[in-house]
Write a protein that binds this ligand. Structure first.
Ligand code: HSE
Length: 399
């Protein structure tokens, strides 16, 4: 099987390394050798030991009929979209880690793959190295998946962990995550929640069976989280995580991305540093937790290589969902949640009056306190007169 790697950045170089290092085991599993025939990159790799593999002309790859499979790990929309579509039109299967492309153009690319006898797979697009998409899509196929709660961005989880466990500043933790190769080229997509939004859109689309428009998913990142929030969260026996949340019914999907206070009793609490975790609730299986490294060179490349091997071994490998409509996204705000609400002392009585079962947390900052409110609707949470609201699960349990 001849493979071309499009993009020799963090993930692309990881794929090459794994295919080279584990060549024999992979060949044994596939029944045939996986041979990297080309690496596409616009940069100069003339001093690379395998310089002969590099090209900056995509047409060389496209017009070589011996290339069976293309790994698109360039990222972003263009030229990734054009390269992926043209490869599929020629019957070459495409595997990718490109969540932006899958979230925005996945429906069309999967359709194009099907029409041309090829496959479009994207295990690495959500959860980095965690086997998540295929197990959720296939092994949990006997369930109606009701809810997904996911820590789906390694960079923000790394930052929040450093803020909680080491009292590090947001800026230092972000620089560290960038240096380790976790962050996007423009880390705004990480810290503002856009990356998580794309990932929860992909998972929701797979579960719902129709594409969910990520532009309709209400998205808040972690740039607003400060050291006082950290103290309140600790007093409440939890930690703040950036969560992609989705409730899926037959009729619609309610989804959001927001910082959430996660109780010490919730399995998601244990996902720290660059680790991702997804807690999936099926009607038959109950809660299932997927956990592992959510970003980084070799973990992400491991998932891409898994897709390559799946295509080689399994003639029926495929993923798909149908075209969706904006009405598939529930924008009513009627979903239930709990909340940690920071209020100025003069507004505290009004909150207590409205939510008699709210639990008061004091002693973090002069002139304010916080309430843990067990249950309300998401739209209600936006109407409280307060300093800040951090959502929790409904009926948050203090540990
Ligand atoms: N920037 C992403 C993250 C990379 O931090 O999770 C993996 O998708």
């Amino acid at each position: 099987v001849n493979v071309a790697i499009l993009g020799f950045g963090t993930v692309g170089s990881g794929i090459y390394e794994i295919l080279k290092t584990n060549k024999e085991q992979i060949a044994k599993k596939c029944g045939e050798e996986i041979n990297v025939k080309y690496i596409l990159d616009v940069r100069d790799f003339s001093s690379h030991p395998d310089a002969h593999l590099f090209t900056n002309d995509f047409n060389v790859i496209l017009n070589d009929d011996s290339v069976d499979l293309v790994c698109e790990v360039i990222g972003g929309i263009e030229p990734s979209l054009t390269f992926s579509r043209e490869s599929l039109l020629k019957g070459k299967s495409v595997v990718t880690s490109n969540k932006e492309l899958v979230a925005t153009n996945g429906t069309a690319l999967m359709k194009c793959a099907k029409e041309n006898g090829a496959v479009y797979l994207f295990e690495a697009a959500v959860g980095g190295g965690i086997p998540l998409i295929r197990p959720m899509y296939r092994c949990l196929a006997g369930n109606n998946i009701k809810r997904i709660m996911g820590i789906l961005n390694g960079t923000t989880n790394y930052i929040l962990t450093k803020m909680f466990d080491e009292g590090q500043s947001f800026e230092d933790a972000l620089s560290d995550a960038q240096a380790k190769g976790y962050a996007e080229r423009n880390p705004a997509a990480d810290i503002e929640g856009k990356d998580t939004c794309r990932k929860i859109a992909i998972l929701s689309s797979l579960v719902y069976g129709k594409s969910i428009n990520c532009d309709l998913i209400e998205t808040e990142g972690i740039t607003n989280i400060d050291s006082d929030d950290v103290k309140y969260a600790e007093k409440a026996g939890g930690a703040i995580k950036l969560v992609g949340y989705s409730e899926v019914s037959e009729k619609s999907v309610y989804a959001r991305v927001s910082p959430m206070l996660i109780s010490g009793g919730n399995p998601l609490f244990c996902a720290k540093d660059v680790f991702n975790a997804a807690l999936i609730t099926g009607d038959n299986v109950g809660d299932v937790m997927f956990y592992g490294p959510g970003a980084g060179k070799l973990p992400t490349a491991s998932a891409v290589v898994g897709d390559i091997i799946d295509i080689c071994m399994n003639a029926n490998a495929f993923m798909s969902w149908d075209e969706g409509a904006d009405s598939d996204v529930d924008l009513s705000g009627s979903a239930k949640c709990g909340a940690l609400v920071r209020v100025a002392l003069e507004d505290a009585a009004a909150v207590k009056e409205k939510y008699a079962d709210a639990l008061k947390i004091e002693g973090v900052k002069a002139g304010e306190c916080a309430y843990l409110i067990p249950s309300m609707t998401v739209s209600e949470s936006k109407k409280i007169k307060c300093i800040k609201v951090i959502l929790t699960e409904e009926n948050y349990v203090i540990c």
